[in-house]
Design a protein around this ligand. Structure first.
Ligand code: 4NP
Length: 148
């Protein structure tokens, strides 16, 4: 099983959206038992909060199922339990490397560019598109590696 944790700053917009979108895509592909998908933030800013309402609205519009969420900061236990930390932007990468300075290569950027941050842009559609592109790329690449 491949264990993937999506990372953003607050864990109420980008990373939980990515978590629910990837779970949905994997389940449509019949791959839900091959992966374990979670999400965390690099800060405690939004600790305990549910998905930000406009993020829920976007998921509903796109017919992506989601569950009650509890925003949390990434811990050492999370670090040890996961294979990959897919980070939404360059700031997340820097924060993760400060938190886990001995990283063995698990901390990587989700897309080459930064995912559009809806906290500042207010544009959840653009974020959704970025997430969709990255998720498809990651599943294709991970499945190709596993099938080799
Ligand atoms: P997220 O969005 O990192 O995608 O969950 C944000 C949530 C909260 C803040 C910034 C971004 N904040 O500054 O509190």
């Amino acid at each position: 099983m491949i264990k993937i944790c999506f990372i953003c700053l607050g864990n109420i917009c980008r990373s939980p959206m990515a978590e629910f979108m990837m779970k949905n895509t994997l389940s449509k592909m019949g791959l839900e038992n091959e992966y374990r998908i979670t999400s965390r933030g690099t800060s405690l800013e939004e600790y305990g909060h549910d998905l930000y309402p406009p993020a829920k609205e976007k998921l509903e519009e796109m017919h992506i199922p989601y569950e009650k969420h509890f925003a949390n900061k990434v811990s050492m236990q999370d670090y040890l339990e996961n294979d990959l930390f897919l980070c939404m932007d360059e700031n997340n990468i820097q924060s993760m490397k400060r938190l886990f300075p001995k990283d063995s290569g698990k901390i990587v950027k989700f897309l080459e560019r930064d995912v559009a941050d809806p906290w500042y842009t207010g544009d959840f559609s653009r974020t959704y598109q970025d997430l969709e592109e990255g998720i498809q790329n990651w599943i294709d690449n991970l499945q190709t590696k596993r099938n080799k």
